[in-house]
Design a protein around this ligand. Structure first.
Ligand code: ATP
Ligand code: MG
Length: 203
């Protein structure tokens, strides 16, 4: 009760940032589990902006990643999608995401949901101290990654074990490139959208 993020009156908004190239059931199960355990009113999925052209990594167009995220979340009344990072342009910094969401959502506590792999990089992010003042961080388990983080402020981070789904976007892209099925790894509508737009064929 003395912790700010426990105050009962405020709206509770989960924030799930990601490249979502493509969004898959690992993302959706993690968001659903955190929403239940933390009594969140809503989870907003925030696809990252388009990184400036990097030679080492190809990322699908923001509009495709945005639309796949909308398709995947459309039927869940607790899930929504925000364009803020896409419309800001350039690479996404989590401080910008959280600052913008704060401004758009007064009287709301933010819960930033992040996988073990992403959380382990958190101390290397910019403005770490400000990050923890903007949101409560929730680290979720992810197969193949350990959830241990000495050095993180103990009041600023919680850990949640989610049902393990060993799915990654990288693996989904590789499977499509090889002609292997991704049915049941991503929502049906996302399988069809990838096919319709011929995504991940040339990688
Ligand atoms: P890529 O392979 O391209 O890196 P990804 O599968 O890691 O894609 P991201 O969009 O990078 O997906 O991930 C967004 C967030 O979702 C990150 O915080 C990541 O840790 C988390 N996440 C991704 N896959 C899972 C999973 N299977 N279980 C739990 N969390 C996951
Ligand atoms: Mg990743």
């Amino acid at each position: 009760p003395d912790r700010e993020w426990d105050s009962p009156a405020k709206r509770r908004l989960g924030v799930m940032g990601g490249t979502f190239d493509p969004i898959h059931h690992g993302h959706l199960v993690a968001a659903s589990e955190v929403a239940a355990q933390f009594h969140l009113d809503e989870v907003v999925f925030v696809p990252t902006g388009q990184p400036w052209q990097k030679s080492d990594k190809h990322v699908s167009p923001a509009e495709d990643r945005y639309l796949m995220t909308v398709i995947a979340t459309a039927e869940n009344p607790q899930f929504s999608v925000s364009r803020i990072d896409i419309d800001r342009g350039g690479p996404t910094y989590t401080t910008d995401t959280l600052r913008d969401l704060r401004a758009l959502n007064p009287d709301t506590d933010l819960f930033f949901i992040t996988g073990a792999d992403a959380l382990s990089q958190i101390l290397t992010w910019r403005y770490t101290e400000e990050l923890f003042s903007l949101a409560h961080f929730i680290g979720v388990t992810r197969p193949g990654h350990t959830l241990a983080n000495p050095g993180l402020p103990e009041d600023g981070v919680s850990f949640v074990e989610v049902p393990a789904l060993a799915i990654s976007s990288t693996d989904c892209r590789d499977r499509v490139a090889k002609g292997d099925p991704i049915w049941y790894m991503v929502p049906d509508g996302v399988v069809r959208y990838i096919d319709k737009r011929q995504l991940y064929r040339g990688d």
